[in-house]
Ligand binder design. Structure first.
Ligand code: AHM
Ligand code: MG
Length: 336
């Protein structure tokens, strides 16, 4: 039975529409479209284990197409959903080399938002049944409404974001988002296809006990990061911390936000800018983190203050409970 106290995402969006700064209903429609995309992708991700079996049997889907890789599927579904609903003027995706301008007729040019999306992050985890996720970020265009979008509409610093969110396809599917007024999480009831408000006002604990980093890269890290990792492992006070690393940013982030922790993808001697993408991964996560009383930094600079120079730019990323990130920064400034 459905608990009457739990609002649906649809109800929540309508109730909160008036709190958006420049409300016209457009942003609500846009979040609704992402909600729909999330349900379609969630359904497909849950069938992922069967794809090999279906593929082996030479099965094709309803449109007569062969089974696709899930990241390609997710990319197409989100783009299609946003295009069909005619609510954005441009989309940039981690899966696409260039941005997409939605300009098939004049009316569509009237839309003022652009969406940047990582349709299926952590997709190397799919084959082994580990959680993956979608990350999205929404900006108001900076070029005039009614004209085709330009690169500068996408290359905006993260502090300009109007909304950002992620979907974790985990033991349940959870959609978490912010419009700059706190962070809320909604869990999908797959039987009904409805998201319910399950995590209102999500906030990082100020301190935590979890550190998440790919320690296989330890020898390549800068000395400040190495020292901080050693600090996490020392026996003193509430340390040693627990090490947890799934290798799916959304899942590692989601757990750390709820339990208290720090996520790190530093630069190294083999990846001079780290691995994560500023526009599709770091900025949206940073916006959510800050809205949840957490901190997100590239080391010295606040993630959301970095001026982007290219669509697929990578940056080092450190994010989590305030006290933990502050401590890490103390180690970083000693050397760099
Ligand atoms: P992807 O966009 O190619 O999926 O890569 C991003 C993922 C993140 O989800 C995850 O935190 C990170 O890559 C893991 O990288 P690594 O395997 O180097 O630790
Ligand atoms: Mg990614």
């Amino acid at each position: 039975m459905i608990d009457k106290r739990h609002k649906t995402l649809g109800e929540f969006i309508i109730e909160n529409q008036s709190s958006f700064q420049y409300t016209s209903g457009e942003l609500s429609k846009l979040i609704n479209a992402l909600r729909l995309g999330a349900k379609v992708v969630s359904h497909e991700v849950n069938k992922a284990g069967l794809i090999d079996i279906l593929g082996a049997a030479g099965e094709t889907n309803i449109q007569g197409e062969h089974q696709q890789k899930l990241d390609v599927f997710a990319n197409e579904k989100f783009i299609q959903t946003l295009k069909n609903r005619e609510i954005v003027c441009g989309i940039a995706s981690e899966e696409e080399e260039d941005f997409i301008s939605i300009n098939s007729n004049d009316e569509q040019h009237q839309n003022k938002y652009v969406v940047l999306i990582d349709p299926l992050d952590g997709s190397s985890n799919i084959d082994v049944n580990v959680s993956v996720g979608t990350i999205f970020s929404i900006y108001r265009r900076v070029t005039p409404i009614g004209t085709p979008v330009q690169l500068e509409d996408f290359l905006q610093p993260g502090r300009n974001q109007v909304a950002a969110g992620y979907i974790v396809y985990g033991t349940s599917t959870i959609l978490v988002y912010t419009t700059g007024d706190g962070v809320n999480g909604f869990t999908l009831n797959p039987a009904l296809g409805t998201f319910y408000l399950s995590h209102p006002n999500l906030e990082y604990p100020e301190d935590g006990k979890i550190y998440s980093v790919n320690e296989g890269n330890y020898v390549h890290f800068l000395q400040g990061v190495k020292d901080y990792i050693k600090y996490c492992q020392e026996e003193e006070g509430n340390r040693p911390y627990t090490s947890r690393y799934i290798g799916s940013l959304v899942s590692d982030f989601h757990r750390n936000m709820i339990k208290g922790g720090i996520y790190m993808y530093p630069k190294s001697s083999i990846n001079e800018n780290g691995k994560l993408r500023l526009l599709y991964e770091c900025n949206p996560m940073a916006f959510i983190a800050e809205q949840a009383n957490g901190v997100a930094t590239g080391g010295r600079t606040r993630i959301m203050d970095i001026e982007p120079t290219e669509l697929h730019q990578r940056v080092p990323f450190f994010c989590g409970s305030k006290n933990m990130v502050d401590k890490l920064k103390e180690f970083l400034v000693k050397y760099h």
